[in-house]
Design a protein around this ligand. Structure first.
Ligand SMILES: C[S@@+](CC[C@H](N)C(=O)[O-])C[C@H]1O[C@@H](n2cnc3c(N)ncnc32)[C@H](O)[C@@H]1O
Length: 329
């Protein structure tokens, strides 16, 4: 997120940001220590600049705060830290001054109006359907009539709507979690690259203590929220690229279909290795895509599923794996 320094920034804006960083964000816990009140001052202008950009959503600000905490302050990534960043970002975007507001386009996907618009769009145009072979889960699913192009026309930053489709990896991993609830019951689960949230929902239905659904696509956040509600489960969406940080404070990481690009697969595998090193279990669902690190995996189960882009009824063998420590090979 590029920072723009405005030398004429009113003091009120700076103070407002400063107070929220101290009282809400406060990742190192010094909010109540008067002598440490200037601890976050070096970040204030940078955050204010990020905040003043038209497209800076609360999720983007939260990701920025998380990056400062993990990269600059070297704090370990954890759901609690992510939650602090999320809450601070909400407060920061919620208290934009009139001057800032005037820079925000009426397409700002973070404004309550825009979030509601996307939510209404998905609710109206992507019907909630039972997932093939996973009747326990129902998801908002795109079809030919959904008009997803309208989202793309409205928002130049709209990316590929992975969240609107079924993927072989997510299907097989969700099926596995529902068939083997013991793999997540009572545990804190992170669903990395959550998309629609199918794996998160399966984990929650199988009795996971808490479930976080991380993705880099802001639209996935809305889809996850709607899909969790449609399935009466609680899932916490996180808009962030966690692969860049330290292992989060969870027991299990589930990865559905995230090995479809070489660079991404490499980064995800390195992150999962760091997580394994912290004693976090890793479960992967994948239809043997090109960049799946098969040499490091142990197959736990296999199912035939209809992958994205394949004809209905055409089945593709997909596996559920656990990632093993390097030394096991
Ligand atoms: C093929 S889809 C799979 C979605 C879901 N796991 C499933 O199986 O149905 C891959 C998802 O990973 C997300 N993604 C890509 N890179 C990511 C990253 N570095 N961190 C988190 N999510 C990422 C994409 O936005 C997309 O939603």
């Amino acid at each position: 997120m590029p920072a723009m320094h405005d030398r004429n920034q009113p003091k009120d804006d700076l103070n407002q940001v400063r107070i929220i960083l101290l009282r809400v964000w406060d990742p190192i816990g010094i909010g109540d220590v008067p002598e440490a009140q200037d601890e976050y001052d070096s970040y204030v202008e940078d955050i204010l600049a990020a905040l003043s950009q038209a497209k800076a959503t609360a999720d983007m600000i939260a990701a920025h705060l998380l990056q400062i905490a993990t990269d600059d302050m070297a704090l370990p990534n954890s759901p609690a830290l992510i939650e602090r960043c999320t809450q601070a970002a909400k407060r920061l975007t919620g208290t934009r001054t009139g001057r800032m507001q005037s820079r925000i386009s009426d397409r700002d996907p973070d404004s309550a109006d825009d979030h509601d618009w996307i939510r209404r769009f998905i609710a109206a145009n992507l019907p909630v359907l039972p997932v093939p072979n996973i009747p326990e889960i129902r998801l908002h699913k795109a079809g030919p009539q959904s008009g997803l192009r309208r989202l793309a026309k409205r928002d130049p930053q709209f990316g590929s709507p992975y969240w609107a489709h079924y993927w072989g990896g997510g299907l097989v991993l969700a099926r596995y979690l529902l068939d083997r609830p013991e793999s997540v019951v009572g545990r804190r689960v992170l669903d990395l690259g959550a998309g629609s949230g199918i794996v998160s929902i399966a984990a929650a239905k199988s009795g996971a203590a808490e479930v976080w659904a991380a993705d880099v696509d802001p639209y996935a956040m809305v889809a996850i929220e709607l899909n969790a509600a449609a399935n009466n489960v609680s899932v916490q969406p996180i808009l962030a690229d966690l692969t860049k940080g330290e292992p989060p404070d969870v027991d299990v990481i589930c990865v559905g279909d995230l090995f479809y690009e070489a660079a991404l697969a490499k980064r995800v595998t390195a992150f999962l290795d760091r997580c394994l090193g912290q004693g976090i279990a890793v479960l992967i669902g994948d239809p043997w895509r090109a960049h799946l690190p098969t040499a490091r995996l142990r197959l736990l189960a296999e199912y035939a599923v209809t992958d994205f882009g394949e004809d209905i009824g055409s089945m593709r063998r997909s596996g559920v794996f656990t990632l093993e420590h390097k030394s096991h090979r």
